[in-house]
Design a protein around this ligand. Structure first.
Ligand SMILES: Cc1cc2nc3c(=O)[nH]c(=O)nc-3n(C[C@H](O)[C@H](O)[C@H](O)COP(=O)(O)O)c2cc1C
Length: 293
């Protein structure tokens, strides 16, 4: 018997008797439909082939087909093993935080305000690392958007021309607050950058109060104009350890230390961050590129 042909005889009853009377609570009607519509690979999940093989077949006796009943038990016994169980899940646990999938916007131009993060959440992103915020407010031209082109391909990524956010700290904190209020199940990572020990601690407190789930320390921005910031910190293991400790002092949230790749051995600052209390390492910030003119 060809199960595809057998299922094609089914009359596709809306409230199928076969399912209604199954003493085991299976859904033979759904099984037949799956086979009929070329989804035999998951048909077996609606029945249990072993149990159907020894059942007395009430489903078939109740079948309303005018010629002869659909051979449900024979169909069940010929099914391929089910390749699917329940709905697939991409859920992960990240440093103790439940994330609906492992996809996050990185801290950058695409996560720089409420609307961008909100749109990403609506599209299914599990979280966003908000654009780095701090007390420092760079004076930049806007917009600072540019594409990286390569070998005739017009776009292979965004160029990183930016320092940290040029919105005020209050504005950024209000974005974080609104995002958490409107999307409580999404994961908000606050990327922060301070200039002093006190600023790192204070920023950690402020973003925690604003509803962040995770804090990321930006030890890695390659573009900061002033010295002692961004990747200057990431290349100095003592500062990395010290500032990580300051952040842990201001918050009990999990803390990520974001590394610069523009260094001989990234393990050295990464280990320093862990010694300072970091719960995870974010790798990596922008690779510096040198163009030959
Ligand atoms: C336009 C732009 C702005 C960025 N701004 C930040 C930032 O504010 N904070 C930060 O930690 N990383 C920043 N990044 C770095 C990204 O978060 C990311 O680490 C980097 O682009 C490397 O990842 P990719 O190879 O997937 O692009 C920025 C990157 C770009 C392109």
């Amino acid at each position: 018997m060809n199960i595809r042909d057998e299922s094609a005889r089914c009359l596709l009853c809306a409230n199928a008797k076969c399912t209604e009377v199954c003493p085991n609570g299976f859904d033979p009607a759904r099984m037949i439909r799956a086979v009929r519509f070329d989804n035999a690979r998951c048909a077996a999940k609606y029945v249990n082939t072993d149990i159907c093989a020894v059942c007395d077949g009430k489903c078939e006796r109740e079948c309303i087909h005018p010629d002869f009943p659909i051979r449900i038990r024979k169909t069940a016994s010929a099914l391929p093993a089910c390749e699917y169980t329940d709905k697939p899940s991409l859920e992960i646990d990240f440093m103790g935080i439940k994330c609906e999938n492992p996809f996050f916007l990185s801290s950058s131009i695409v996560a720089g305000n409420y609307e961008m993060c909100a749109n990403a959440f609506r599209m299914g992103w599990a979280g966003a690392v908000f654009k780095t915020i701090g007390f420092i407010k760079p004076d930049e031209t806007s917009p600072r958007f540019d594409a990286i082109r390569k070998e005739g391909t017009p776009f292979v990524g965004f160029k990183n021309l930016e320092q940290i956010s040029d919105h005020s700290l209050e504005e950024n904190l209000s974005y974080l607050r609104r995002l958490k209020d409107d999307f409580p199940n999404k994961v908000i990572v606050a990327s922060i950058m301070g200039e002093t020990d006190e600023e790192w601690t204070e920023l950690a407190k402020l973003v925690t109060d604003a509803g962040a789930d995770i804090i990321e320390c930006n030890f890695s921005c390659p573009q900061m104009v002033d010295e002692g910031l961004g990747s200057d910190v990431g290349q100095n293991p003592d500062l990395v350890k010290c500032y990580t400790e300051c952040v842990k002092k201001g918050s009990s949230l999990p803390v990520l230390a974001k590394m610069t790749p523009n260094i001989g051995n990234m393990e050295v600052p990464a280990i320093a961050a862990v010694k300072g209390g970091a719960d995870g390492i974010a790798a990596i910030n922008t690779i510096k590129m040198y163009f030959r003119i």
